[in-house]
Design a protein around this ligand. Structure first.
Ligand code: TA6
Length: 291
């Protein structure tokens, strides 16, 4: 354990997560949280007096080259399978979630903790042969704020798709309503069809949809009597996912019945976005809890 920062409000330390992998642990008067440097991935956020906000699989692997299951994996520079990779040989969701990120700065204030992370690489994949830098600013307090700044360091334009793939901890998908999704059309990944807006009674899987809206969302959990409120900027879609019993059973890194404990609502750009040569783009989300 290495102490990284400490003052009268709280402390931030580094903890081993797996071989060669570590996490930043926040213990603060108002909030506890954990962020993996592997993947630059938020794992937990728990404002004092609240339940954990993010779901994290008890069977998640903490191994290089395997993505961590839960929290907020960063899907970048492509979401899902890359469109030029018909057999999905390069895998889902790009390479950002399996890179070792660097901790640049920690600020502990009376109301919470800000963590600044970065990662830089070049020619990471034949599907994305560019030089790039990613920066994240993560704020943990009563609310949670995340920004991801993507910079194209190459001399040619690039395109990306991506998502802040948040896994939210819920009482059960059965007790979840997300009304704001009901007025948007969506791509149903399971049927391959574009569907008109329709009622969504709960979040019971299998469900895998790309909703064409970026409106603010409320995840209403009637059993836990809490509302998770989400706002984003510079993303165009919401992805809504729960694997359901069968699919989850075949996923080695989801613990038994784990799919009964989460719903993913992901601030996403699922259609190609221009990242001009030498330029930066930023996507953001803000999450707060009403209970
Ligand atoms: O965001 C939904 C999704 O793209 C699903 O299709 C599902 O496969 C999920 O992400 C998890 O993907 P992963 O590569 O992390 O197993």
């Amino acid at each position: 354990m290495q102490m990284l920062a400490e003052n009268e409000y709280g402390l931030v330390r580094e903890e081993v997560l797996g071989e060669g992998l570590s996490a930043i642990v926040i213990e603060h008067a108002k909030v506890n949280a954990k962020v993996s440097l592997y993947g630059g991935q938020v794992l937990t956020w728990q404002p004092k007096g609240e339940k954990e906000v993010f779901w994290l699989s008890k069977d998640s692997l903490y191994e290089q080259s395997k993505a961590i299951r839960g929290g907020i994996p960063l899907c970048w520079p492509w979401f899902g399978a890359h469109t030029d990779d018909l057999d999905n040989k390069e895998g889902n969701h790009g390479f950002a979630r399996t890179q070792l990120w660097q901790l640049d700065h920690v600020t502990i204030s009376e109301l919470g903790v800000e963590i600044n992370l970065s990662w830089q690489g070049e020619s990471m994949s034949k599907l994305w042969p560019f030089s790039c830098q990613l920066k994240q600013v993560l704020y943990f307090g009563d609310s949670f704020k995340q920004s991801l700044t993507m910079t194209n360091l190459s001399q040619s334009d690039a395109y990306y798709t991506g998502a802040l793939h948040s896994y939210f901890s819920v009482s059960s998908p059965e007790h979840i309503k997300v009304e704001a999704l009901e007025s948007a059309s969506f791509d149903d990944k399971l049927s391959g069809k574009l569907c008109d807006p329709q009622p969504l009674n709960n979040a019971v899987g299998p469900i895998d949809r790309i909703y064409y809206t970026n409106a603010a969302m409320d995840i209403v959990d009637s059993q836990w009597q809490r509302v998770i409120k989400l706002k984003t900027s510079n993303t165009n879609q919401w992805v809504f996912w729960n694997p359901g019993v069968e699919v989850a059973r075949n996923m080695a890194d989801i613990h038994q019945h784990g799919e009964q404990g989460f719903v993913c609502l992901e601030a996403a750009n699922t259609q190609m976005q221009l990242l001009s040569a030498g330029q930066s783009e930023k996507i953001e989300q803000e999450i707060s809890i009403v209970s």
